[in-house]
Design a protein around this ligand. Sequence first.
Ligand code: ZN
Length: 143
Amino acid sequence: MADDRKRQRHGNASTMPNQENPINSVPSIQESSTSRVSYFALGLTLKDIPSPTPCSYCGASTQKELLDYEVKTDSLVIAASPAPGYGCTECGGKMFAPKVFLKLLEGAAKEARKAGEAHLIKYLQKEIALHKSVVSLANDSAS
Ligand SMILES: [Zn+2]
């Protein structure tokens, strides 16, 4: 009974397509020199931040300064154009106003999303959530 079926199968000669061997042309080792750099700007000036408050590290007076901000992974550097912050006149400590720092985190998160950096996105989202609660507590408890 099965013999007939076997013969019929033989008659149906379908050619097997050749299996294509994909060539791995993408190098698996990423050197730090090949890191992508992604820039973003907040467009804020020193006039956009409140008056300096005493240094949170040593208590000395601070002055308004434009500060660099950057987040790095093995393959990506996200850098903000200089953003307004504060520099301590005594210890040299650098600080951002909470609202500005939140914007920096959000800007960096946007770039991380564009680049598909999953770990960095997770990290930044955590930081954003943390700082959002700080900023909303400091400014308005309406929501
Ligand atoms: Zn200080």
